[in-house]
Each structure stands twice: as structure tokens, then as C-alpha cells.
Design a protein around this ligand. Structure first.
Ligand code: GSH
Length: 209
């Protein structure tokens, strides 16, 4: 049994969608980051960085923070959504790292400056909207050539999709990115995504363009 410490955010949803995809039994421990639960000393023991998601795997006592590491761990544990080796393996790592180092941090800044603090810093709004747009262009170009970020549906897609599900917060019009839009809508139909999106509880429908 796996304990998942999470909240309704893109990084949290990566882990819950993955657990649903690989069909491992898990128990949800809500960490309300709007109330400061992430700073509870008990949670700090599991996640030294005080951010969700984190897991505890009671099969072996393993604790893990960082959504990218959690996706790799669950793929490794189950043999799902990650190719065995060779170039495809490294392509999945490549696009997973692009998500972890680019998509998440940059789009997260759009949420902070454009959605929640408009008018506080014109420079920051322009900078992160431009980077947001550039990242959508990169993804749209990549998806023009293939159905998923790498050959078949993988942890790279699981990591990226929840960030695109905030396209409205980012003031992005998915109609301008037809390949990204097709990929987003297709993945939204997956039953595991529909279940994992509503963890730890349903707060909204999956946004549809
Ligand atoms: N690099 C981390 C980022 C996790 C992260 O930023 N989590 C956010 C929610 S999406 C959080 O817990 N924020 C609470 C805080 O910053 O205090 C990961 O991918 O797991």
C-alpha cells in the first residue's frame, strides 16, 4: 500500500494520475497547502522540501518527494509508462526533465503573477507570459510529429498534462496550438486521468477547450 500526500494542484495530480494509471492501491493523505499543512513537522520527515506531492511505499518503507522522482519510481515499480531502455527511455527522461525544469516552474510563475497578482509586476507578467507562450509552441511543434511526447503514452505525458490543464489560468488559447490541444483533449478522456484529477477531492471539472 502507498500513502500519497497531495493537494489539488498540477504537481499533486501528476502523482494521483500515475497511481490510477498503474492501478496500485493507495491511500490519500490531504495536505492543505493553503492552510500550511506542508510545514507540519510530521510531513517534513517525509518531504524535507515541504511541498506536495510525496509518497510512502509501505512495501519497503521508501519515502519520496519530487513529482518527477515519484513518477519514475512508480514506473520502475510496476513496469508501466516507461520504456525499458535505449533511445526511447532517454527521450522520456528528456521530456520529463523539460517538464520538471521548464513547464512546471515557468507556468507556475504565470499563475502567481498573471492569475493571482495582476498589476504587481508588469515585467514579471510579460516575462512569464512570453515563456509560457514559448513553451506551448515547443510542445505544439513536438506533438505535430507524434501522438504523445515520446512514442507511446508515458510518464512525460503524465507530468506535463496537469500543467496544460491550467490553460485558462495562463490565459492561453489552446485553439492556437492545435497539436497540443488534440493531445490534451485525448489524454483528458483517459479514465485514469479522470479519476486522478479529482484527488484528494473534486473541486472542479477537468477544463476543456
Ligand atoms: N518540484 C516539486 C514542486 C512541488 C510544488 O511546487 N508543489 C506545490 C504545489 S503544486 C506546493 O506544495 N506548494 C506549497 C508551498 O510552496 O508552500 C515537485 O515537482 O514535486
Amino acid at each position: 500500500m502507498i500513502d500519497l500526500y497531495t493537494w489539488n494542484t498540477p504537481n499533486g495530480r501528476k502523482a494521483s494520475i500515475m497511481l490510477e494509471e498503474v492501478e496500485l492501491p493507495y491511500r490519500v493523505v490531504p495536505i492543505d497547502i493553503t492552510k500550511g499543512d506542508q510545514f507540519d513537522p510530521e510531513f517534513t520527515k517525509i518531504c524535507p522540501n515541504n511541498k506536495i506531492p510525496a509518497i510512502v511505499d509501505h512495501d519497503n518503507g521508501m519515502t519520496l518527494m519530487e513529482s518527477g522522482a515519484i513518477l519514475m519510481y512508480l514506473a520502475n515499480k510496476t513496469g508501466h509508462l516507461m520504456p525499458e531502455g535505449g533511445e526511447t527511455y532517454w527521450r522520456v527522461i528528456e521530456w520529463l526533465m523539460f517538464q520538471m525544469g521548464g513547464v512546471g516552474p515557468m507556468l507556475g510563475q504565470t499563475h502567481h503573477f498573471v492569475k493571482f497578482n495582476p498589476g504587481k509586476s508588469k515585467y514579471a507578467e510579460q516575462r512569464f507570459l512570453a515563456e509560457n507562450t514559448r513553451i506551448y509552441e515547443v510542445l505544439d511543434r513536438r506533438l505535430a510529429e507524434r501522438q504523445y511526447l515520446v512514442n507511446s503514452y508515458s510518464i512525460a505525458d503524465v507530468a506535463t498534462w496537469p500543467w496544460i490543464s491550467r490553460f485558462e489560468w495562463q490565459t492561453m488559447d489552446l485553439a492556437a496550438y492545435p497539436n497540443l490541444r488534440r493531445w490534451y483533449v485525448g489524454i483528458a478522456q483517459r479514465p485514469a486521468v479522470q479519476r486522478g484529477f479529482h484527488v484528494p477531492g473534486k473541486v472542479q471539472e477537468i477544463p476543456m477547450p
